[in-house]
Ligand binder design. Structure first.
Ligand code: DAH
Length: 333
């Protein structure tokens, strides 16, 4: 046993010799002991069996550790086979949501928008009050908020609109910012809804920003992202923080607007909410609403990823099954 433990070898041949001496199927030491084992009296079998077993383990461990240290010295002494073919580097892939997020933010970056982020654990002011959600306003119920029980002023942000407020606190207009982030809502998980998802918010504040600027910016985005033939349409809507507000549809990129099962025969897909920043929001955040106007918009990344990749079960984006993720290897970004 101690002979095995103290054995040392510096070449692959010596290790092989050692292996043959103990483990050879024909006349190795262990085979010899196993043969002997058959002949010993029954009461000695247990003890001898254990000894043989621990010898076998010791020999295998020794061989492995000798091989390891041999490899180490070879790699440090530079004995490489320079003609050996290289090991292929296994490439990972970006998560589909990261791909879509990057594609969207890149389009806005080219228009001069700057990325800003904010905390996921927020307070009432940044998620609701500073965005013109009045106390007891029913619109607060539009979003099922996760509150921290012991302190209802601490909550998980339900939308990335809170980042608008963080930016307005720290910057003077002109402001042109694009804000990706993770948001949380108390929803049951299904193929169509999740309690965690991602949004991208945009905010532009300057002198003389008009609704036409908003429309043109979103049309440019839609054409860049979904293709040059894409059209947009705006439908009147309501958000506490914008006035007027609209919901934006893009012409269905799958059927070209003719109507298919993805757009449910309408030819249009809803992609985001937007509007002119309500003057109250500007004033609440110390920006002179007589001098400045602005527009804002917000979209769900999962929703856009579903349209882009045709993956209609939201849960797949969160399970991180490599068989799913591997399929995005070819998408660069
Ligand atoms: N925060 C809204 C939501 O989560 C989306 C949104 C709508 C953001 C209109 C905006 C906006 O900035 O102007 O449903």
């Amino acid at each position: 046993m101690s002979e095995v433990e103290n054995y040392s070898a510096t070449t692959a041949e010596q290790i092989e010799e050692f292996r043959i001496r103990f483990l050879s199927k024909k006349n190795g030491e262990l085979v010899r002991l196993f043969n002997e084992f058959k002949n010993v009296p029954a009461e000695q079998k247990k003890e001898l069996g254990q000894k043989i077993n621990s010898l076998k383990i010791a020999v295998t461990d020794k061989i492995n550790s000798l091989k390891e240290s041999l490899e180490e010295t070879e790699s440090t002494t530079g004995e490489f086979d320079l003609t050996a073919p290289g090991d292929a580097i296994k490439l990972g892939s970006r998560h589909p949501l990261s791909i879509v997020r990057n594609q969207i933010t890149d389009i806005f970056k080219r228009l001069g928008f700057v990325i800003s982020e904010g905390p996921e654990i927020e307070d009432d002011w940044h998620v609701f009050s500073a965005l013109n959600f009045a106390e007891e306003h029913p619109a607060r119920d539009m979003q099922d908020t996760f509150f921290i029980e012991s302190n209802p002023d601490v909550l998980l942000r339900t939308h990335t609109s809170s980042i608008q407020i963080r930016v307005m606190e720290n910057q003077k207009p002109p402001i042109r910012t694009i804000n990706p982030g993770r948001v949380f809502r108390n929803e049951a998980i299904s193929a169509r809804a999740h309690c965690i998802f991602h949004q991208i918010e945009g905010l532009y504040i300057d002198e003389n920003v008009s609704f036409a600027d908003l429309k043109q910016t979103l049309l440019h985005f839609a054409k860049e992202f979904f293709g040059p033939e894409t059209k947009i349409r705006l439908r009147p809507s309501y958000f506490p923080f914008t006035e007027p507000s609209a919901e934006v549809d893009v012409s269905c990129s799958l059927c070209g607007g003719k109507g298919c099962n993805v757009c449910k025969g309408t030819g249009w897909l809803e992609i985001l909410g937007c509007g002119m920043v309500d003057p109250n929001v500007l004033e609440l955040n110390g920006i002179d609403s007589k001098k400045y106007t602005g527009f804002a918009f917000g979209m769900g990344i999962e929703r856009i990823a579903m349209l882009k990749f045709g993956v209609n079960d939201l849960r797949l984006y969160f399970e991180n099954d490599v068989r799913f993720l591997d399929q995005f290897k070819s998408v660069i970004q």
